[in-house]
Each structure stands twice: as C-alpha cells, then as structure tokens.
Design a protein around this ligand. Structure first.
Ligand SMILES: [Zn+2]
Length: 295
C-alpha cells in the first residue's frame, strides 16, 4: 500500500506539473503528458492490485474482498480497502485524444460530448446512462475540455460516482485544486471575492477562470450539492429530472429553489440543451438497464 501511495503521488505530481506548466509547453503536450501519466498510474496500480489479489487469495486471514461486478468488459479492480479508486472505462481512455483535441465553441458541441459519453457508457456496459464534461471557457468564447465523467456506480461499487461527480473529481485532480474557483492572475491560483476585503491590495486585476459543467441530465440532489462546492461558474443540462424519473430513477430532493440557490451563489444555470437527444439515451437504458436508485 505504501509503494502504491508513493507511485500514485509521483505520477500525479508529474501530471500536475505538466498541467500547470502551460507557459512553457503547448496545451497538446500538456494533455498528452497528463494522459500518459494517468494511464501510467492505472497500469501500475492495476499491476499492484493484481499482485495483491493473488497473494491475498492464498491467505485465510485476508481482510480484502473482491466485490462481484456485473461489468465483465472492464478491468476495474475495487478490491483494495483503505483507498478508493475512481477510474474511467478503457474505451474513454482510448478516445481521449479525440475528445481533448476537438474544437468546442457552442453549447451544443459541448453537450454532444456529454450525451455521447452517456450513450457509449450504456453500449459498453460500463455504468448508467449519464455523462458529463467540464470545459474551461476562454475570453474569446472558445472552450477547452478539462475533464470527462460518466456514471460508474455499479461497476465500481460506489453510489457517489455519478457522471458529474466523476468529472468534478478528475478536473480538480488535473488542476491540483479542491475548487475550480481559480484566478489566472494569482500566485496561489485561487480566486477570492475581495469586494468586501479592504485590506487586500493586489497589483494585478483578478480574473476568475470560467469552468462550465455540462451534464446529459439535470443533476440529482447529490450532484447539485457537488456542483455548488465544485467552483464551476455554470452548469448546463440536457435531459430533465422528469426524463430520468420516467424510467425509474429517483433524483432525490431537487426543487426549483435548489437552482435559485445555485444562481444566487453565482452559478449560471442553462437547461434543455439537446434535451431530446439525451432523453433518447435514457429511454434506451430504461428498457433493459439496471435502475440502482429506484424512485
Ligand atoms: Zn447525481
């Protein structure tokens, strides 16, 4: 476990260094280096887990258990206690370069990726019918992809791994920050609201970086909360809560006031972008998929 922790630390430190070194390397280099590091981590951890599983299987006092999964196409290993792994399916990593080198400008272009992830996740049997993606919107209005996510609840045995939460976790890992409230002109990178702070004198003008969360379906109660704490500036939704509930999912206590709360907190809310396309994916899943949070 110690070795695993050290390796993960080194690998993610490399990824973070690559991601934050945008002044001396191109964005493509940064992405390639980061992806290579993440894939490297997955391979290394997978090998270690495999060795641990083999050695533990011969020990009657083993505290590790393998959970039964219905995801035979995935190489995910969730057998290690004392740590949690959040992984993307192999097909998503294989398409990484395609996703991250596309040009994104319109809401529809960005939402198309989130819906594609939800659809492919069903086809590949790697989770529920929900996809998400986080983009950084630049001043000239074009956007770059920061992270992707898709529902991983059943394959990874983890009720918190919805598309939105996976995308948020991977974005924060990549940016090396617990929040996406970031300021491009600050040394520590964090954005502060200084409108009420007379003592704070900064020579540079604060400019909050704009991160936008695109989700193939309006968020459940958990993901609304995660969105609020994530630091994103905007959430954009395709299918509605009713679309998800119509195939049996329980979205929890989500109210119009919930969205008003987000907007009061400075998070712009946009809904019904490509709703019909996203709803079709939900309906396809509803005919045969597993409803893990049944309403
Ligand atoms: Zn959710």
């Amino acid at each position: 476990m110690l070795l695993q922790t050290i390796i993960l630390t080194v690998v993610f430190a490399t990824a973070y260094a690559a991601a934050s070194n945008s002044t001396s390397s191109t964005m493509l280099e940064t992405i390639v280096t980061t992806v290579a590091s993440i894939i490297g981590a997955a391979v290394v951890v997978g090998l270690i887990n495999q060795q641990q599983s083999i050695s533990d299987s011969s020990s009657s006092s083993s505290r590790q258990r393998k959970s039964k999964r219905d995801d035979s196409s995935s190489s995910d290993d969730i057998s290690v206690e004392g740590s949690v792994m959040v992984t993307l399916p192999a097909w998503a990593l294989a398409s990484w370069e395609d996703y991250f080198t596309r040009k994104y400008t319109t809401d529809e272009e960005m939402m198309s990726l989130a819906i594609h992830l939800s659809d492919r996740n069903i086809t590949e049997g790697t989770g529920g019918p929900f996809g998400a993606a986080i983009f950084e919107r630049h001043t000239d209005n074009h956007a770059t992809l920061v992270s992707i996510g898709m529902n991983r609840v059943v394959p990874l045995g983890n009720s918190t791994l919805h598309g939105e939460t996976v995308a948020i976790q991977l974005a924060q890992r990549r940016l090396g920050s617990f929040t996406l409230m970031l300021d491009e002109n600050k040394e520590d990178g964090l954005f502060y609201d200084e409108s009420h702070d007379d003592d704070e004198k900064e020579s540079s003008t604060p400019r909050k970086r704009q991160f936008e969360l695109f989700t193939s379906c309006e968020p459940c109660a958990m993901c609304l909360g995660a969105t609020l704490w994530s630091g994103v500036s905007r959430i954009v939704c395709a299918a509605t809560k009713d679309d998800a509930q119509s195939i049996g999912f329980d979205e929890g206590p989500v109210f119009e006031q919930s969205y008003e709360h987000l907007e009061k907190a400075g998070i712009q809310v946009t809904r019904n972008i490509l709703r019909e396309d996203a709803a079709k994916v939900l309906q396809r899943y509803g005919t045969s998929g597993r409803i893990y949070n049944r309403g």
